[in-house]
Write a protein that binds this ligand. Structure first.
Ligand code: GLC
Ligand code: GLC
Length: 813
């Protein structure tokens, strides 16, 4: 069942009922200021850091689930009827409802009783505020007198503290109100140099800033007493819970439409400019911001700029194929999600509270694979930030805070796959841009500016961190966990609530990871090539020797007859082996080892992928392992804590399905690669939205596996490495356009039934229009390529470098 439809022309998903199977959300903001907004106008805003600079309050785990947002109540004075255009929270039946989630904006329209209200929300480029344009139209034949009441509830900045420290917080709230602007200045009297404001571009008929006065102590947001009464109470918050609400009353002739612009903004001031008079905050910067959105023309202009910005980003890779679903994933929604994960990492979604994790070392490097071609300069900066949280021995903080950019001590390090992802992210950047100068940047260890080395040296430490941490079989030690955060082989936790990731009760120099071995062989050659490009041939040779050694070791100690083993545990026992009663086969090493080419010549790679298909595949995607763990295993950790079929315990973990797609392309299996792709790509799941439940325009982290009661149901949409890896799998491995150190490589591996497709790819300043045709209906193999009519040797297009448009004909066969 569908709950909306794609509007490819406008690059929007159009939801036609507020009662979607779960709140379907969108992200606003691209730089410093961000908002989450659901199809019923729920959500919140923050400046840079969802934990430390939260502007508006949001209650996770609420009942109903998605209550709290930027709400606009419409009240009809003739009959007292009141409602909200997004349906929630009032839930009055609407005569018309539509939500359009676009790229960086959301527009919600509701109509009832002859009044139509559209709430258009976005964050303009270069602007630290959320703009809401409210358009109120009288669609009836009679004159109407109506009021609009805005509502936003302020968070007392630190979202963690806001939800716990009530003995203090209920006494600190402070506001100022002047003209049509409400200023939220809690804690500004002391150490904060920032405040929030909420304005509207016209005279108001009243306001409220005290939650209890507006809502009523015994009311919910569905029936605020001020809206029920139809009159603002002009309350001024003093402690308790500051809010911002404006009352705008208007008379509308039949067919008349009025619009007004609300701004919810953030201001930061130098210490000496904080006040304009004792206890009176300096409002100048806020007024300047408000002034920028005085008219509809200002809004339209900013929206046009936003559209141009997104068109620019998306234009880097565009496909035209006969498959609409593929087109919309590749051209719009997958790169859009990649940009959102760039901005958010794993911090703020409807499943990530914004107060938990900061930026993941592993996650951020992998996210980069999905957006590096869109914003290479910001990828460069990101790489340097990440590298600065590495330690001298090559290990790394697992997470860092975006505001301070410092490693997170509570989580620490010891995730032994982390270092390698830095090599992978940096290599992707160099392949995209050809910019080798990044390698010479001086980058701190452990964020200490007095202890730095070149980025190249950081990569070397990453690579050799694996070499220096090998276990009894010569495979990499796993540490706290590898990519699978829940395979905690040194944890042995018996205490409820202990963190599986940070608890290490065992010394930990026995448990080994076959996955890291595969990753080492997959990523290592890029490091060797980088050495070579720097003229360090001996280093390159040394690296390649280690890689070759690892390849052999993996075949010798990491293969189990029909598939790759997952790991050796603390006792040196096999994990992911047919000898095990549960968890006999895992997806990750099959994907990564075959991607690395391990066992391809020997025919073992093909065997491994056949085993995946036979044992792990389902109609909704490939599960993480089988059989699931039916009980808690002390020696395995968190993976066995989940009920069978969820999350890492045999859920369909969408992040690693693309590894199988890519692995299949290594073996030339285009039909199978695309089958795996289309099983989990959200646009292909739109019609089963009632089962899938999450947004049909973005990937979710997990879909419940076949052992789960709710097989096929997704969770954790938006912030997941799934976005980047699926983007890599489809655009690079399947459609076959790959940035390489020496140019643009063309190596498609597609379903044999396809006749061809066209891709426009911007690469190092040139635009390549690449027409791939498949006259012999093969799955893989390039017969010939011409660039501007000239045949080329091999399948790597050397950068032309004239900034022009170049025609590339590719014939498969
Ligand atoms: C989550 C984490 C990611 C990890 C994965 C598997 O998505 O963010 O770092 O690799 O789970 O455990
Ligand atoms: C939990 C999740 C896992 C995630 C980790 C991050 O273990 O199951 O997916 O990677 O938390 O800390």
């Amino acid at each position: 069942m569908k709950f909306g439809a794609f509007d490819d022309q406008r690059k929007e998903y159009v939801i036609n009922t507020p009662q979607t199977p779960y709140p379907w959300i969108n992200y606003l903001g691209n730089e410093q200021f961000f908002g989450l907004i659901s199809n019923t106008a729920g959500g919140y805003t923050f400046y840079r850091d969802a934990r430390l600079r939260r502007l508006t309050r949001y209650r996770y785990n609420n009942i109903p689930l998605d209550t709290g947002g930027r709400y606009y109540y419409l009240r009809d004075h003739d009959n007292g009827d009141f409602w909200t255009p997004g349906w929630m929270p009032v839930k009055r039946e609407l005569d018309f409802y539509e939500c359009r989630h676009g790229l960086g904006y959301t527009s919600i329209t509701g109509e009832r009783g002859g009044i139509s209200v559209t709430q258009l929300a976005f964050i303009p480029l270069g602007y630290n505020g959320e703009v809401h344009r409210l358009t109120v139209k009288n669609t009836s034949n009679e004159t109407k007198k109506v009021s609009l009441f805005s509502f936003a509830e302020f968070c007392l900045w630190n979202a963690q503290d806001d939800m716990t420290n009530f003995q203090r917080n209920l006494s600190t709230g402070e506001v100022e109100v002047l003209d049509s602007v409400i200023y939220h200045k809690t804690e500004y009297r002391e150490r904060r140099n920032h405040y929030a404001f909420y304005s509207v571009n016209r005279d108001i008929d009243g306001f409220d800033t005290d939650r209890e006065s507006f809502v009523g102590l015994y009311n919910g947001l569905h029936e605020p007493q001020v809206v029920v009464a139809g009159r603002a109470s002009n309350s001024v918050a003093s402690g308790w819970s500051p809010i911002g609400s404006h009352e705008v009353t208007m008379k509308l002739a039949p067919g008349e439409e009025q619009s007004m612009i609300f701004v919810l903004g953030y201001v930061e001031l130098p210490e000496e400019e904080k006040w304009e008079a004792p206890s009176v905050i300096n409002k100048k910067p806020a007024l300047e911001m408000i002034d920028k959105f005085a008219t509809d023309a200002d809004v339209d202009r900013a929206l046009a700029e936003l559209a141009t910005y997104w068109d620019g980003l998306l234009s880097k890779y565009q496909i035209q194929s006969g498959d609409d679903k593929l087109n919309r994933m590749v051209n719009i929604w997958n790169p859009y999600q990649c940009m959102v994960t760039f901005n958010m990492s794993r911090s703020a979604s409807y499943f990530e509270s914004g107060i938990g994790r900061g930026m993941g070392f592993r996650d951020s490097n992998q996210d980069l694979l999905g957006f590096v071609h869109q914003i290479p300069e910001r990828a460069r900066e990101r790489i340097l930030d990440i590298a600065a949280t590495q330690f001298e021995d090559g290990s790394a903080y697992h997470q860092y805070q975006p505001l301070t950019k410092k490693g997170n001590n509570e989580v620490g390090s010891g995730f032994n796959d982390d270092p390698l992802w830095l090599v992978s992210g940096t290599a992707a950047y160099i392949k995209e841009t050809g910019d080798l100068s990044i390698l010479d940047e001086q980058v701190p260890f452990d964020s200490n500016p007095d202890n730095t080395a070149t980025l190249f040296e950081h990569l070397r430490r990453s690579f050799y961190h694996v070499v220096h941490n090998l276990g009894p079989h010569g495979l990499p030690l796993i540490g706290r966990a590898d990519w699978n955060d829940c395979l905690n082989l040194n944890c042995f936790s018996k205490e409820p609530g202990e963190s599986f990731q940070t608890t290490a009760n065992i010394e930990g120099r026995v448990a080994e990871s076959v996955f890291i071995a595969g990753l080492f062989v997959f990523v290592g050659p890029d490091f060797a090539e980088i050495c070579r490009m720097r003229g360090l041939d001996a280093d390159a040779t040394d690296a390649l020797d280690w890689i070759e050694k690892m390849r052999k070791t993996t075949l010798e100690h990491g293969f189990d007859g029909d598939w790759f083993l997952r790991a050796y545990d603390h006792y040196g026992e096999k994990i992911g082996s047919k000898e095990n009663a549960e968890g006999q086969i895992f997806i990750e090493p099959q994907g990564m080892c075959v991607m690395a080419g391990i066992g391809v010549e020997e025919g073992l790679a093909a065997k491994a992928l056949t085993s995946v298909e036979e044992r792990l595949d389902t109609k909704y995607g490939i599960v993480l392992q089988q059989p699931p763990y039916s009980k808690y295993y002390l020696n395995l950790g968190e993976i066995s804590s989940y009920p069978p079929g969820y999350k890492e315990n045999a859920g369909i973990f969408c992040h690693n399905n693309p590894w199988i797609m890519i692995a299949e392309t290594v073996l030339g299996h285009g039909d199978r690669a695309f089958e795996v792709y289309s099983k989990i790509a959200p646009a292909y799941l739109e019609e089963i939205s009632e089962v899938h439940r999450m947004e049909p325009y973005v990937y979710s982290q997990m879909i419940a596996g076949k052992d789960a009661v709710r097989h096929g149901e997704a969770k954790n949409s938006w912030l997941t490495g799934t976005a980047a890896w699926n983007y890599v799998a489809i655009t690079q491995a399947i459609l076959g356009i790959q940035a390489d150190f020496r140019g643009l490589k063309v190596d498609p591996c597609i379903p044999s039934a396809w006749d061809g497709y066209e891709i426009t790819r911007v690469f190092r300043g040139d635009t390549y229009v690449i027409r791939v045709s498949n006259p012999n209906h093969v799955e893989k193999g390039v017969a010939r390529i011409t660039v501007d009519g000239q045949p080329i040797q091999g399948n790597v297009i050397a950068p032309v470098g004239d900034g022009g448009v170049h025609q590339v004909e590719v014939v498969l066969g």
